[in-house]
Design a protein. Sequence first.
Length: 116
Amino acid sequence: QVQLVESGGGLVQAGGSLRLSCAASGRSLSSYYMGWFRQGPGKEREFVARISGGAGTPYYADSVKGRFTISRDNAKNTVYLQMNSLKLEDTAVYYCYAARGSSNYWGQGTPVTVSS
């Protein structure tokens, strides 16, 4: 049973930074894509960033490019999202996911609130 547990969310002022973590248990996810989606108040869930297994190639949504950095530590079975220059519109629940082929797993989410 694979479990993803996010942490690191919270309240931050606009312009500030937060680092989210997503720790996986149950099996090694080193060969999986891992990444983040978010869902803001009254909005649809949207893609934020992902990182491939193996070479660890990152890919970002345009809305976060240049501000967010995704990374992974396969030894710790963990993926991170460093969020800098946060904006009010980054307020959302952030969900971690892992995917490979038809297998996909989701975390429960961690809330991020950006205040003015």
